[in-house]
Design a protein. Sequence first.
Length: 300
Amino acid sequence: QISKMFGTVVVGVGIAGLARIRDLMNPMPSSPSEHLKLFGFVSRRSFGNINEAKQISLENALSNKDIHAAFISTENRSHEETIRMFLEAGKHVLVEYPMALSAKAAHELWEMAERKDKVLHVEHIELLTEEYKQLKKEVAGKDLVKGTLHFTGSVLDENKSGFPAFSGIARLTWLIDLFGDLTVTSATREKQKDKNYSRMTVHFQTANKKPLTWIEERGPGMRREKKINFCFTSGCLENFPEAPRSSVGLFMQDQNLFAKKLLGQVSKEELAAEKWRILRCLDLAEVIQQYCEEPEKICS
């Protein structure tokens, strides 16, 4: 029996794109990734070859019948357009989060993938980290009283990466995955242009009306880190639980998941839950952006 192979192309060769090329060329033995075959990569810059991978044109990537799937690792701003092109060309798509910078675009792209019977997979390596897996175990079954997730990091170019609720959607994904559906009660954003500083503060309520706060803070020289403070009826969790190091890289874990979807090895229930979570987070990101961009209400 000839094993099914999927020709793949990597679009964009930043940090994620290079990791994708590496992992596609060295799949984990006897993992679903062995069914993916790297055909080449697409970049606006001229490279020639990277390791054994050859550079091909976007036109070739879209029209080539031997390419069945695209890994999209471009800047956030161009995800939507690139996904659309590859779905229109009848290819499966793996894209780094956020899949788009508006909820409307995300829903349209998802519908398009379903219409064309193609896999649209959004990378969420933040859910695959050992740190997160331990945190999820720790939180399971506890009753939340209130909580805060505070992220700090260096400056992003918003023209490329989008509004912080979208570029920081990994944090929102954590909160939804840990505590279920959320409603935005308020959101504000402070910007100091001269200092290149930005701080977004979002207040949510859980289905049980418990308050959660997400702070996304970025400025020059800020260390990339997450701080948590989750209080439960049984006590507060202020530090991440100890987590072992995983033997399998995050991009490789994500690539295996994508390959499993291509091979039809992921249950309908799992796919439906994932679709709900991804689109729900993008819907919330848009609500947050609207709150933050509302003109200040004038109190008379």
